[in-house]
Design a protein around this ligand. Sequence first.
Ligand code: ADP
Ligand code: GLC
Length: 482
Amino acid sequence: MKIAFIASECYPFVKTGGLADVVGSLSQALADLGHKVVVILPFYQAVSSKNLEISAFFDEMCVHMGCGIEEWCSVKKGNSGKNVEVFFIESNKYFLREGIYCDSFNNDFQDNPYRFAFFSRAALQLLRDMDFRPDVIHVHDWQTAFVCAYVKTWDWGESGIDRVRTVLTIHNIGYQGIYGADCLDYCGFDWKYFNSGVFEDYGRVNFLKGGIHFADYVTTVSPKYAAETLDGSQSYGLAPYLKNKGERYVGILNGVDYSVWDPKTDKTIPENYSARSFKGKAVCKKALQQRFSLFEDDNIPVIGVVSRFAHQKGLDILAKTVERIVDSMLVQFAVMGSGDNDLENFFRWLSYERAGKVGCFTGYSDEMSHLVEAGSDFFIMPSRYEPCGLNQIYSLKYGTLPIVRNTGGLSDTITQYDEATGSGTGFKFDYLSPDAIFDTVGWAVSTYFDRPKHFTAMRKAAMKCDFSWKNSAKEYEKIYTA
Ligand code: ADP
Ligand code: GLC
């Protein structure tokens, strides 16, 4: 098959979260199955500053938006050294700025609807102009959801683009791209679509909702999250529209790329290790304790956090109990992430207030995120909702036991510890409250100290888990051809 991915992020070119990891690794997994895969991305400033091999492809491309507006851009081609072709839409007006979706104060760019409507149109036009007629166009989240609408409603002439199957994957329904209706003129859609079955959402335009309407198939990133979005508990209002898709809405569990995330081969960590010997993990733990200014003591368990600091992640609830935890248990926290200013300030403050017990890094660093996975004993994700979650899957591979809320992909990927037998791969709690977090952390820490055999057995079981794309990429293949 010929498959075109159109997305707003892709590792290793540009990444703010798990979306990038999935776009990068799924496209590769499909190419490895023998498909011809191209990925189209915006040419952000962050991409240009990376040391990647990128060359000019089209010097000029005119993109026709609504109301006769012409946007001029150029196209670049990236070389990832792999068998996936990557193209970039370059528009200084929309992408030459610091930040991907928001500025350094965490405020969304005001022109985001214009940026991503333009990008969606431009990506399709690139497919047409370079004569790549895919069998499937696979788009991701609200930023590229309008691609499905453009495919079905614009005149694509002889190119046949209007007959290409579209698949929209929802990585996070909490972000729908809802904007003032006046952007619809620029986007270039007939106002007849401004009704509650298509784009309209309480008088505004909802990009994701429009995408759901026009996509041939809609998927999300774990079976449990698919159920939670259908029963309305986690759908942010879109359950009825997902229900309308019937069998054309499914949950496919994300896979991960073990060539990037495996302690046996990870080039970024101080020492490699495997389930046979945890000697290297102890070296990583020491390095982590040093980097996060924690007391250097191999006998104190470390709990890691690597996260966007967003409401979704439930870290505000952790914040309510973390002092009580470190005051009453022998345990340390290595917290890294960025986003919400209050949370950043809180954890920074706490790293002084409980120096040696809580360490904090606010910012983005791929290398440090690997060190937290490798050096920690536990990894906590108290998410309000979690479509899939990749960090708990990475944690399993690094023998770092996840402590997670029983929701979405966290639920699908972690097996509850059974104190009677010592089986399981992590610690799950249902109700999100400071007390539930306190108790579950207490359970994990007591397992570390009081039932070391169970702890080691769990580590080994966790490291054996296989969440590679092997199975899930095949599920996508089925949808592409169903
Ligand atoms: P989400 O996509 O909701 O943020 P996931 O668990 O699916 O959550 O994926 C998060 C990805 O982003 C992981 O690869 C994680 O390591 C990475 N990540 C999150 N925050 C940071 C950070 N501050 N620095 C480096 N990587 C980060
Ligand atoms: C989103 C979700 C996360 C998921 C990721 C990749 O950002 O929040 O749970 O793992 O997308 O699909």
